[in-house]
Design a protein around this ligand. Structure first.
Ligand SMILES: Cc1cc2nc3c(=O)[nH]c(=O)nc-3n(C[C@H](O)[C@H](O)[C@H](O)COP(=O)(O)O)c2cc1C
Length: 423
């Protein structure tokens, strides 16, 4: 899928030539709403299984500008546009009734879309046995993002969904639940089952529970109830084509290992609630220990059915006890002060220049594009959380001059995502 990625690369020229006018008076709705007649389970922070769900993309703050109020969430989002929606099948979980639900961040509730009986479920669409626990599904309503970012928005839908998976992982670590990310879904079957039109499509899922090795759950046959409102929509044929062309993954190696991370429970929960994007760095340096603790956490395994290799390049701008330069897997690609140039590469954003470290995530597996981009988002989410946990800050950077970054890092492949950390 390098062609979609290449076609949506930013260059110094393309950014200045853009004639796209953003229709600020008509933004898409950031929330999907189902009719009031659908039964709901209001989530209650005092019930453990409910709190587990509240941390997955839940609202944690409000930000007001003249005329608009944004709800900020446990996950960051490119342009605060939140294209990802979360659905979940629940089977035998304490404090929750079995069923198939939409997880509504706005309402802090589960909205019931369908019943579940003993032998039916969505497991077959994920090619897994019957699951006792949660089966999550993550989709994107792409116009929420393409309204502002046009065709490059498919990248942000994937990265944002990776961040939502990251919130799921963080909640699993907190509540000591095992999980596995699933990319090999029957996307077409699921899009039909959930009555999606072309404006919304599934990108991934996650199993949080135990697979029953003996019994196969049968395919759910009754179609689920659909939403009456998703908001304004304008089709982008290039995004829909990019989605279609990347739906069939080439099976990669499965990753079964869980990440090992010894953390203080209370501090970790606070980090999940308090995570925000840093807006300005003070330029105080990070310590070498902070840098290596960050690297240790973000490079822990991510359990999934399609574990694509991605590489993490670190532009060391300000880390006490470390030389400046481009660092990768314990070695310097090149030494020197590249802070100014890193800022330039991130479309002249000071975030790239004034950070302690600016990261670039690089991948080359065009066959598994959806899995690779979402993995970059999960790593990005880990960076945000470990930075918050250790007392400094992080910001995702979706905008960079792709080809110039590649030349700077002296690498092949695709530049998937950039992020900065520091004080
Ligand atoms: C994929 C992605 C790309 C982003 N790109 C940028 C960026 O280029 N510049 C920037 O200042 N913030 C960027 N952000 C941060 C968002 O603006 C931020 O997450 C959003 O405004 C919500 O605020 P919060 O993270 O504090 O909750 C990005 C976030 C994500 C997830």
């Amino acid at each position: 899928m390098s062609s979609y990625h290449d076609q949506t690369a930013h260059t110094y020229r393309s950014v200045r030539m853009k004639s796209h006018r953003i229709d600020w008076d008509n933004p898409p709705k950031p929330f999907k709403s189902y009719p009031e007649s659908f039964p709901r389970i209001a989530l209650d922070a005092k019930v453990s299984s409910h709190r587990f769900l509240m941390l997955i993309g839940g609202i944690t703050a409000q930000k007001s500008y003249p005329g608009v109020t944004y709800a900020l969430r446990t996950n960051p989002s490119a342009g605060a546009l939140y294209p990802t929606e979360t659905y979940v099948q629940i089977r035998t979980v304490e404090g929750l009734e079995d069923g198939i639900y939409h997880l509504s961040a706005l309402e802090n509730a589960l909205v019931r879309l369908g019943d579940l009986n003993e032998n039916e479920g969505i497991e077959t669409f994920l090619h897994v046995k019957k699951v006792r626990g949660f089966v999550f599904l993550f989709s994107a309503l792409y116009y929420r993002s393409s309204w502002k970012y046009q065709t490059r928005a498919f990248r942000y839908c994937l990265l944002d969904t990776g961040h939502i998976i990251g919130t799921t992982e963080a909640s699993c670590l907190l509540f000591k639940r095992d999980y596995r990310v699933c990319y090999t879904l029957d996307r077409v079957g699921l899009n039909t089952l959930f009555a999606f039109e072309n404006e919304e499509f599934f990108l991934s899922g996650a199993i949080v529970g135990e697979e029953d090795e003996t019994r196969n759950s049968q395919t759910l046959t009754v179609p689920l109830s659909s939403a009456d409102e998703t908001g304004r929509f304008e089709c982008d044929p290039r995004i829909e084509e990019a989605y279609r062309r990347t739906c069939t993954l080439q099976a990669e190696e499965e990753q079964r290992a869980m990440p090992a991370f010894a953390f203080d429970h209370k501090r970790w929960e606070q980090a999940i609630w308090k995570r925000r994007s840093i807006r300005d760095f003070t330029q105080k340096p990070l310590s070498k220990e902070q840098f290596f603790e960050t690297i240790r956490f973000v490079t822990e395994p991510i359990p999934s059915d399609c574990d694509v290799r991605v590489d993490l390049y670190a532009v060391i701008n300000r880390v006490n006890g470390m030389e400046q330069g481009i660092w990768r897997e314990g070695k310097y690609v090149q030494k020197g002060d590249f802070s100014k140039y890193a800022g330039y590469l991130c479309l002249e954003q000071a975030l790239g220049e004034e950070s302690g470290v600016t990261f670039f995530i690089v991948g080359g597996d065009a066959q598994n594009y959806q899995a690779m981009m979402q993995k970059a988002g999960i790593i990005g989410h880990r960076l945000y959380l470990i930075a918050t946990y250790l007392g400094f800050g992080c910001s995702g950077i979706g905008a960079y001059y792709d080809d110039e970054v590649k030349a700077f890092l002296q690498c092949e492949g695709m530049i998937l995502y950039a992020l900065s950390i520091g004080y």
